[in-house]
Structure formats: structure tokens, C-alpha cells
Design a protein around this ligand. Sequence first.
Ligand SMILES: Cc1cc2nc3c(=O)[nH]c(=O)nc-3n(C[C@H](O)[C@H](O)[C@H](O)COP(=O)(O)OP(=O)(O)OC[C@H]3O[C@@H](n4cnc5c(N)ncnc54)[C@H](O)[C@@H]3O)c2cc1C
Length: 385
Amino acid sequence: MDLDYTQDQRAFRADARKWLEANVPSEPLKSFDTAEGAKQHREWEAQLNAGGWAMVPWPVEYGGRGANLLEWLIFEEEYYRVGAPKRINQNGIFLLGPTIMEYGTPEQKARFLPPMAASEEVWAQGWSEPNAGSDMANIQAAASRDGDHFVLNGQKTWASRGAFADWLFGMFRTDPESERHRGLTFILVPLDLPGITVRPIEQLDGLPGFAEVFFDDVRVPAEHQLGEEGKGWNVAMATAGFERGLMLRSPARFQATAKRLVELARLHGDAVERSVRDEVTRCWIAAEAYTLETHRTVSRLLAAGKIGAEASLNKIFWSELDLRMHELALEILGDRGELLPEAPAAGDVGGWLDGYLFALSGPIYAGTNEIQRNIIAERILGLPR
Ligand SMILES: Cc1cc2nc3c(=O)[nH]c(=O)nc-3n(C[C@H](O)[C@H](O)[C@H](O)COP(=O)(O)OP(=O)(O)OC[C@H]3O[C@@H](n4cnc5c(N)ncnc54)[C@H](O)[C@@H]3O)c2cc1C
């Protein structure tokens, strides 16, 4: 692995920086967990797509730039450097998109990827059910075949941005006799079909972006099945690898937080205890280490490797680091850290509280860290169950 950037990579960075600096909204957008914010984020995504920056590693024919993963990491660094908005369609572009690239038919790729890149179609992830969270193989939502359709019945829950999404991807039990991870099929479902009820759930921050989704004899064309019938688990494991490992949480995000944290500690100078300053330094080093580790993974993927159970190591690392950085920021800020962003005296400190509330969920979503530790114990360390 060569840690020096090539001339082409430096030129790519300069292009990305120039476009982002010229186009990033001057005012922060509202949260995409509100109706108004969701609309603003869709407009931003359309602008990104028009500039050719919606999803740089995708092939040009699907709305990408044909860049490689290293260039994608460079783009992400520039994206976070200018403080560009969060990606409302992250379930689509980072998780489902790469899965369709791997498992989709040519028709599915042509049908789903371009509107995904433009965020004309925003996706929700429909895996969790009331009794199938960590134990995802316990999925009960059913799909029975009726001619050239599936008929869906059951419930999904905790669908991020489900309240404002257009489509949902999820696993459904297509073989009623099956158990655990067998007999599940990965199906793509438009959320406006008759028989679907989307009910928003208020989050810890009071915003209604989450949703539970109910299916009551919903008819979905069978061509919306992704991968083989009954083999949905394998397809979903590829998606989960993207979610835990690389695409969802690029290192640039944590480097940007670490940089802000260092600035915060500097600003408060002498008032910050030595032990806190040491911990800030450790976090900054950890963000750099995560970056180097990601470059190592990307080098391996570029040489045709695959991401496997090690995605679980990444997931624990980025989620715990993110939480620790936000805890430290609140420790440094003391009482001021509790100000909401809209409070007149908040200045630029309100973001830390919001960030902290979200960071609390890092060890839960994308599979809880307890489950990731089980995976590491069994599949990487070879410990008995
Ligand atoms: C912010 C956020 C966004 C989310 N977005 C989505 C989404 O878009 N789509 C979606 O489908 N889901 C989503 N989820 C749901 C998430 O994937 C689940 O919450 C998670 O998988 C845990 O499932 P559960 O909530 O049912 O908890 P449970 O499975 O009931 O677990 C409760 C606790 O028990 C522990 N536990 C359970 N089994 C074991 C075991 N075998 N060994 C050790 N410990 C165990 C867990 O680690 C956890 O601490 C989201 C969750 C959050 C917080």
C-alpha cells in the first residue's frame, strides 16, 4: 500500500473540493427526520447528482463517476471537510446500491440505480421486526407467491427515515415451513402500494423520522425479488457487510469530529483537565488509525478481496469512538453542552448534544455491538459458541 497520493488522485481531490466549496448550502439544512428537512435534503442530493458527485464509485451509466474506492475516500474527506449535509438516501446509496450491483439483474440495475443516485427514490431498510432485531433470523413477515406477484403480510419496525422514504428493502419469509435464515427472500417494496401503513415513531430527539411499517395483503411484482428466492439471507449479509464495514461510516466523518473536538479542547484551554486532554488526543489518534485501517481494507478490496467478519471489528471501533468523542465534548462544555442548537446562547455548541444523542445509537444500529462481539468470537477468534 502506497500512502502517497498520485497526481490523478490529487487532481480528483481538487475537483471535488472546488465543486463542493461552490455548491454546499451556505445555511445548514433542517434535519432529514422532518418533512421540511427531507425535502431540502432531496434537493441537495439532486444537485449533487447533477454535478456528478452523488455516488462517485458507481459506474457512469448508473449515475456514478466510475471512481475507485480510494477516490471515494478522498471525496468523503472533502465532503466532511466542507461540512456538507448528511446523506438522506444512505440506505439506498451506501447499502442497497452496492447489493444491487452484486446481486441485481441488468434490468434491476437499470431500473433502480439511477433514481437512487439522484435520490428521486429514497430507501428505507426493513429488516427489524418486533421479535427479530439481534435475532434477525427470526423474521416472520411473510411473502407468499401468487402468480407473478408476492403477497406480503406482517410488520417491520425501526425503519430509519421510513416516514419519508419511497421504497423499502427487506427480507420476507417465502417458505412458511422454513426456519431461521433459510426460506427468506430479499424483496424491494414501493411504500405507496395498497395495504401498506407507515406509522412514524418519535426518536430520542423528538423527531419523527423512524417508522414501523405494516403489510396487509400487499401485492408486489415478483420481479422485485433481489437474488434467488429463499436465499435472501446471503444477499442481506452482503448488505450488512457494507453497513458495518466500509460504506456507511467512512473515516472522514470521524476525522472531522476528532478535529472539532481538538479545536474545542484548545478553545477551553486551561479549563480542560489534563486527563480529558489526553483522552482527546487518544480519540484523534483513533480516528487516524481508523483511516489507515480503512485504506488497508480498500487496498485489499481493490486487489479483489472481500470484506467479511472483520466488518464487525470496524463497526465496534467507529461506534465506540463516535460516542466517546461526543461524551468528551459534553464533558468539556459542562452545562453549556446541554443547550439545544436553537437556544439563543448556543452558538456552535448545540451540535454536540444532537451528535451525542445520535452517537448513543451507534452501538445499537447496524447490529448491536454485543452481537458483533459474538461474531468476532466465533468467526475470527474461532471460540466455541
Ligand atoms: C438509530 C437506529 C436506527 C435503526 N435503523 C434501522 C433501520 O433502518 N432498519 C432496520 O431494520 N432496523 C433499524 N434499527 C434497528 C436495529 O437494527 C436493532 O435495534 C438492533 O438490531 C437490535 O435489535 P433490538 O432492538 O430488537 O434489540 P434486541 O435484539 O432485543 O437486543 C436487546 C439487547 O440484548 C442484547 N442481545 C440480544 N441477543 C444477544 C446475544 N445473543 N448475545 C449477547 N447480547 C444479546 C443486544 O445486544 C441488546 O443490547 C435501528 C436502530 C437504531 C437505534
